[in-house]
Design a protein around this ligand. Structure first.
Ligand SMILES: Cc1ncc(COP(=O)(O)O)c(C=O)c1O
Length: 386
């Protein structure tokens, strides 16, 4: 039988999926592996898509997306971050943030190019870097309070470095950055001829303070590619709408990859996204109010259990250390699932620097969260008696 690309041997099913897939084996299991809002897409957004299906052309759009959507994205950046992105040439609508990640990495990487990825971080970058011939250079944020500091970035830049990938609010830690922290990073980015890929898909899910977008730094615009989308902000994971904004010179190359990959994003979904960005900008705020309550609850429960944990200020994940019980997070999560039927994600899924931790999602009901905390507490009690 013919064989797949040799690089595929190193590409595993993500830890998030591995555990989510096992949930079905355990009736009554509490599932906190979820990487999507538990809120359904708001009705006016669905209605906008239905209306469009009945009244608009359903042929391909421009490769970069419907003009009205690119304009809505451009206006969003202008109004929220005072950032200028021309809807013609500086905004690209993609099939989720995922396709943005893929398009950017394939457009910029030559074989052997290094990409600095502060970690623990989202598990979607490494496979695409590797498939693009690049080299993933995870750098350890566990020694710097789960924050990418200027020193951490600068100390890891070599003459092979092509890009840095930041993700904030961060999946899986829920970490956000202050303006001062971002300013300091920008000082480093100014100095080096490298791309800064910034995955801000949880930007609207900032639970404390304000999201400081790298789009708000015009002095480094030609290096910055911002990934964003509606999956998390508007409960729209299934619509598959994301986007990239960036300087036109590099965005043209990303668009070329996108064009050969997908031609354009789904048209009904693009109309739904227009409604979301024009008229539903308060939706994330409503969701965030619920996330804050749940975050406070689960944080207190974890602290009371004696687990070391940083309070998340963004996204909908919390990332306690379980190292004092078990260093191998896959082992911990497997035993947790099999013993008390609680599914969470092993920290090692988010690079070696996530080892010894587990990721719990609080994109679930309060009842589920209470049940999950009770089960985790019971399990820890059992470990202490063993
Ligand atoms: C950090 C991060 N970036 C990108 C994505 C992909 O999102 P999308 O549904 O827009 O493709 C996810 C999904 O979990 C994510 O956590």
């Amino acid at each position: 039988m013919p064989e797949a690309n040799r690089k595929m041997k190193d590409i595993e099913v993500p830890g998030t999926r591995q555990f989510a897939n096992r949930v079905e084996e355990f009736p009554g299991c509490v599932d906190l592996t979820l990487g999507q809002p538990d809120f359904e897409t708001p009705q006016p957004i669905k209605d906008a898509a239905i209306e469009a299906i009945n009244t608009k052309s359903m042929k391909y759009s421009h490769n970069t997306g419907l003009f009205e959507l690119r304009e809505a994205i451009s206006n969003y950046y202008k109004n929220k971050y005072d950032a200028e992105y021309d809807p013609n040439g500086e905004v690209l609508v993609t099939v989720g943030g995922s396709e943005g990640i893929d398009g950017i990495l394939r457009a910029i990487l030559d074989p052997g190019d290094e990409v600095i990825v502060p970690a623990p971080t989202y598990l979607g970058y490494e496979p695409i870097i590797e498939l693009s011939g690049g080299v993933t250079k995870f750098v350890d944020m566990t020694e710097t309070g789960l924050i990418a500091t200027p020193e951490l970035i600068e100390n890891n830049i070599t003459d092979k470095t092509k890009a840095v990938i930041l993700n904030y609010p961060t999946n899986p830690t829920g970490v956000t950055y202050t303006k001062a922290q971002m300013d300091a990073l920008v000082e480093v980015f100014r100095e080096y001829d490298i791309f800064v890929i910034t995955d801000e898909i949880y930007g609207e899910n900032t639970l404390e303070g304000e999201h400081i977008s790298l789009a708000g730094y015009p002095e480094i615009k030609e290096k910055v590619l911002v990934i964003n989308g509606l999956s998390k902000s508007h409960g729209m994971t299934g619509w598959r709408i994301g986007y990239v904004v960036g300087h036109r010179t590099i965005l043209e190359e990303v668009t070329a990859v996108h064009l050969y990959n997908t031609i354009c994003a789904s048209i009904p979904s693009q109309y739904a996204a227009i409604e979301a960005l024009r008229n539903q900008l308060n939706v994330p705020e409503e969701m965030n109010a619920a996330y804050v309550k749940r975050r406070d609850y689960i944080y207190d429960r974890l602290v009371n259990m004696g687990l070391e944990v940083k309070k998340p200020t963004g996204a909908f994940y919390i990332f306690p250390s379980v190292e004092k019980y078990e260093k191998d997070s896959f082992k911990f999560c497997t035993d947790l699932l099999e013993t008390v039927q609680l599914a969470v994600v092993p920290g090692r899924s988010f690079s070696e620097f996530g080892e010894g931790h587990i990721r719990l999602s609080f994109a679930c009901s309060m009842e589920e969260l209470e049940a999950a905390a009770d089960r985790l507490e019971k399990y820890i009690g059992m470990l202490e008696e063993r």
